[in-house]
Every structure is written in structure tokens, then in C-alpha cells.
Write a new protein. Structure first.
Length: 603
């Protein structure tokens, strides 16, 4: 039996049609709602993001200010360097990219990952996060050749600090290195990979030398390639600085100190400007700019000669006989010295059961104030120190700038030590003894001074008693910090004694005589340790280096309207006249006669 279907009598289910219509209507509502959400509710936000994807900005690094010596010689300049950055927005696989960068550069992956983790908190996703601040040219070439296969990598050209005379000016200029987390937290203008001053003038004048970054905007395509760009804000270079330092004098002194540990300071006695500030041995500032390896840092840090130490201001030493100038001044200031009165020196002074000896075993015989300074008689100053006592000596020494910082614009200056009764009680839990007075009077015992403090004191002896702030910039104004408590006549007496120490027949600084120049000086031999009887019998050259005395020489030199104060310290140099005197003589010849004395060849 054949069944015939009557299509006209069949109707679709009404419930299904209604559901289909509701579904289609709902779908259109979802689309409409989503369109409203994207175009209206968050339209402005997404428009900004779209523009950021097309238009990006990046900083333009500012070159640090140039640094020159007093004669216009360039000391610190800027050279182009290459940095590798990573733009997270364009990087498809960050883990693989960091591994590839490690392969190209030799930097451990863990170090790059640590740097990335630290930088992502500070750098926007579409800005370059600096992974390596200083690429070599070979590394840069390899990365540039493969960069299309590793989207997100970005090579930046930036200025890098270069010191033309790396070791010669290291203790003055210091160095720059990458800013650490603490420095970036303290200064919001710093970003990952920025370099800041870490030592010397680079640290103390960081804000002036850094300048300010610029800003540029550029278009990118879908692959992150830069197209058109324009500068939004030009970078401003750091301030140019002219130092008071004479580069050639600095070099001359460094040549004389080659192989020695010591320091030399040359100061204009009337302005406080420093023409030389040398510390030997030194280090290369450029090593820090390009980045030290842990091994290189360990070598510098553990060097027994301590090249990182600025001996002119950070090292303090017993001053030996150069301190007798200060003790002599104290005697005059407290009216406890009659310049005409004589003291008999038989080579020793007994105090209780202890014998304090003069450097001249047979003694000096009868000596007055001037002869005691000229020939550096210890017995005269033992007796003067006993008469003055620690209270007067320490008070006067502090007034002369000892035991306090000079205020030089360099970090980590030491104040030295001028002992008092209270200091010894706190430090050792002991009372001040009579022997301490005697040791203090000849610059031994607990007394510690820096070469810069000695130079400033000598300057005060010839400029009318003014204690000036040592200046390192050529344009710095004279800054008076205090006055030595001596009147004009008393200053003249000390100056005359210094003059005769050089010009007199028996002076200990005769080697400083310079034709046409008024020169005065004072030698000093500072004991490092008490020598045993066995060591005392040895010749100087046979005494172990670490037991040898330090050699001091301080001097003033004057001709016409130019006056300089000079202080030289040679560690374990044995005797002031022979150990430190030659370099002071070379300085005087250079300053007044333009002569460059060469250091004799060592035997």
C-alpha cells in the first residue's frame, strides 16, 4: 500500500522556531553589548593602547659633563657604547630569548633572568628593558645580524664614560658604574642600566654631571620595526667642570712615586685650590665604567698595597717631626716659649724609669726655639710637651685643623686623631701618662693626621693664619673655615725657622733649596713600630719594609705673588729628607722654573 505525504498539512514546531528566534536575538544582543563595551565603555583606553602599539617612546640618554684640568686638558669624556634591551611587548618567548642572549654574550642565564625580573617592575612592556648595558662590538654585530629572528631585542647606542688618564686621576675623579636598587629607589629619575657616580667627584657632583634625559617618539610596524621618529624633548648634557688640578704636575708626582705607597698634596696657600692631589698606587677608573668581573674586583680589593685607598685624605699617619711646627705654635700661643731661652740636649730625656731618646744620639747641645725646629731636636720638644700638657696641645692642634675634616669635596675623608685624656680613657680604659705628653710633642703616640691636613696647616703658616677649605674646582671661591690662634709675629717666627731649615747650614731640608725661590720646610720621620735592638743594628735597606719608618716632608715655596704649600708622605720611606724630599724638590722646580726633574733610576 502506497502512502502519500501531504506537505501542505504538516507545520514546523512552534516551540523550536521561538527558541531559534530568541537565540538569534540574544546573539545580536551579545554582539551589541560587546561592541558598546569595547567602543564606548573602554573605547578611550583601547584607543590609547592602539596608539601605544603604533607610537612608542623611549629615553634619549644625556652625555655626562666633560671634566678638564686647570689648563683645559680633557680628563673625562664620553664615548658611544652599545646596550642590549628587551621589549617584552614584542618578544614571543622570553625564556628562549634570554637563553639565546646568554649564548651570544657569555652572561649566565641566571644573571639575565634576575635582571629581567628586577627590570620588569620598573620598565613598561613596550619600552626596552636593559639586559646588558655594555656590549662589545663583536657581540653587537652578532646580535644585529640575528635580530630579525628574535623579535623584541633592541640595541641602544648610549654614551659611556671614558677617563683619558685612567690611573692618574682616579682618586680625584672616581668612577661611574651601573645604578643599584638602592640608588634607583632614592632617585626616581634613574632607570635600570643608568650609570651614576660611585666615587670621587663623579659621586659628589653627580647631579650636575649627569644632565637630564631627552625623549623621542617613533612609529612601529606589526613586527616592531621602527619607522618614522621625532624628538619630543632634547637631552641636556651634564655641566662641564674645570678642575684646579694641573695634569702635568699630577703626572710628574705620580712618576716620582712609582713603585711607592704615598701621597703628595700641592695647595695654593692663598686660595686653597689644589694643584695636585696624588695617591699612589692607583687604579684604572675605566675598569669600573666597562664593568669589573668578580675576579678583577677581588684582585683590587685584596691588593696589599691598597690602590683603592686615597692616601691623601683617607689614610692617616703619625706625623712625626712635622707636628713639631704645631707644638711650637702651641708654645708661642700659650706664652710658654721664650724664643731666646736655650735647652740642653744630651741625646736623651729620662722620665721615671723610661728614657726618651733624641734622633741624634750624641745630642744637639744648647738649642733655642729656632734651632730646635731647624735641626728637629726631640729633647727640646719633649720638654716643651711636658710643659704644655695634652690639654693645651690638643686644643691648639684642633684649632689648627688637625683632628677635624678639611671639608674637601671628596667622599670618605678621615679626620685623623688628636688624643685627649677622655679619648684615651674611652679607648683603652687607661689614664693619660706623662710619657704620652712627650710622644705627642714629637708627633708620635696616638696622633694621626692626613697629608691634606698637613698641607693646609703649612699654608696657614704663610698666608696669615687662614685655614682654607681645599678646593678642587677652578671656579670655586675662597672659603675661610677658621684661623690659627697665632699673631703675625708668632707666625713669622715659625716661618723663619722653616726657611732656615732649608737655607741654614744644619737644616734637615737643605735639598729643597731653589735659586730665586723662598722655600721653607720641615722633615719628619714617623715610627711605624718600636724597633727591637736587633733591628736597630741593621742598615736601612736591610730593615723589613713593613717595619721601616714613614717619610714626611712639608714645605712652602714663594716667589712674587705665588705661594704654595706642599706635603709629601712616602710610606716606609725611612727618612723625610731622602724619602720624601726629592719629590717636593721636583714639585718646586716645576711650579717656579717649569723644569721637569726626572726620578733617578733605581739601583
Amino acid at each position: 500500500m502506497t502512502h502519500m505525504f501531504d506537505n501542505g498539512n504538516r507545520q514546523p514546531p512552534k516551540a523550536g522556531l521561538l527558541l531559534l528566534q530568541i537565540f538569534i536575538l540574544g546573539l545580536f544582543c551579545v554582539f551589541a553589548l560587546r561592541l558598546w563595551y569595547l567602543q564606548i565603555h573602554r573605547g578611550e583606553e583601547y584607543a590609547v593602547k592602539a596608539r601605544e602599539n603604533q607610537l612608542r617612546q623611549e629615553p634619549v640618554f644625556a652625555p655626562r659633563g666633560l671634566i678638564l684640568d686647570r689648563n683645559g686638558e680633557l680628563l673625562a669624556v664620553n664615548e658611544p657604547a652599545y646596550a642590549l634591551g628587551l621589549v617584552r611587548e614584542d618578544c614571543k618567548d622570553i625564556k628562549a630569548t634570554l637563553a639565546q642572549v646568554a649564548h651570544w654574550t657569555g652572561v649566565p642565564v641566571a644573571e639575565l633572568q634576575q635582571r629581567f625580573a628586577k627590570g620588569r617592575k620598573r620598565v613598561k612592556p613596550f619600552e626596552a628593558l636593559i639586559l646588558i648595558p655594555d656590549l662589545s662590538f663583536d657581540q653587537m654585530a652578532v646580535i644585529e645580524a640575528n635580530r630579525l629572528h628574535w623579535p623584541g631585542l633592541d640595541i641602544r647606542v648610549r654614551p659611556r664614560r671614558h677617563y683619558k688618564y685612567g690611573t692618574l686621576m682616579a682618586h680625584i675623579l672616581g668612577y661611574v658604574s651601573e645604578a643599584n636598587e638602592a640608588e634607583m629607589e632614592k632617585d626616581p629619575k634613574l632607570a635600570l642600566g643608568d650609570e651614576v657616580g660611585k666615587q670621587g667627584l663623579e659621586l659628589m657632583l653627580e647631579r650636575a654631571l649627569r644632565g637630564s634625559k631627552g625623549r623621542r617618539q617613533f612609529e612601529v610596524d606589526v613586527n616592531g620595526r621602527k619607522l618614522d621618529e621625532r624628538v619630543l624633548r632634547s637631552p641636556r648634557a651634564g655641566q662641564e667642570l674645570a678642575l684646579s688640578i694641573d695634569l702635568h704636575l699630577q703626572q710628574l708626582i705620580m712618576d716620582w712615586l712609582e713603585g711607592e705607597a704615598g701621597a703628595v698634596v700641592v695647595m695654593d696657600a692663598d686660595t686653597g685650590q689644589l694643584h695636585a692631589l696624588v695617591s699612589s698606587p692607583s687604579f684604572d677608573s675605566n675598569a669600573f665604567s666597562s664593568g669589573l668581573s668578580p675576579e678583577q674586583w677581588a684582585t683590587l680589593r685584596d691588593d696589599p698595597m691598597h690602590p683603592l685607598q686615597n692616601r691623601a685624605i683617607q689614610s692617616v699617619y703619625p706625623p712625626g717631626s712635622v707636628f713639631k711646627l704645631c707644638v711650637a705654635g702651641a708654645g708661642l700661643s700659650y706664652n710658654m716659649v721664650d724664643p731666646r731661652e736655650t735647652v740642653f740636649c744630651n741625646g736623651a730625656l729620662k722620665l721615671g724609669r723610661h728614657v726618651f731618646r733624641c734622633w741624634r744620639r750624641g745630642g744637639h747641645g744648647k738649642v733655642n726655639f729656632e734651632r730646635a725646629l731647624v735641626e728637629s731636636c726631640d729633647v727640646y720638644f719633649y720638654k716643651l710637651g711636658k710643659k704644655l700638657g695634652v690639654d693645651r696641645m690638643s686644643t691648639f692642634a684642633n684649632a689648627c685643623g688637625y683632628g677635624v675634616r678639611t671639608g674637601i669635596r671628596l667622599p670618605h675623608e678621615k679626620s685623623g686623631n688628636i688624643a685627649t685624656r677622655e679619648w684615651k680613657r674611652r679607648r683603652f680604659g687607661e689614664r693619660w701618662q706623662g710619657g704620652d705628653d712627650l710622644n705627642m710633642a714629637i708627633g708620635q703616640g696616638f696622633t694621626l693626621v692626613s697629608p691634606l691636613q698637613v698641607a693646609r696647616f703649612v699654608a696657614a703658616m704663610v698666608n696669615g693664619g687662614k685655614l682654607l677649605k681645599p678646593q678642587l674646582l677652578k671656579d670655586d671661591k675662597v672659603e675661610l673655615l677658621g684661623r690659627v690662634p697665632l699673631n703675625k709675629d708668632q707666625l713669622a717666627m715659625i716661618r723663619k725657622a722653616m726657611h732656615n731649615t732649608v737655607a741654614g747650614a744644619h737644616g734637615t731640608a737643605r735639598r729643597l733649596r731653589t735659586k730665586g725661590v723662598d722655600v721653607g720646610g720641615k722633615t719628619g720621620t714617623a715610627q711605624v713600630v718600636r724597633l727591637t735592638d736587633e733591628l736597630k743594628k741593621l742598615k736601612d735597606k736591610d730593615i723589613p719594609y713593613k717595619y721601616r719608618d714613614h717619610a714626611w716632608m712639608c714645605a712652602y715655596a714663594e716667589k712674587g705673588d705665588r705661594r704654595y704649600a706642599i706635603a709629601a708622605l712616602v710610606e716606609h720611606g725611612l727618612h723625610g729628607g731622602s724619602g720624601a724630599g726629592p719629590v717636593v724638590k721636583a714639585v718646586i722646580e716645576y711650579l717656579f722654573n717649569g723644569v721637569t726633574l726626572k726620578r733617578p733610576e733605581r739601583k
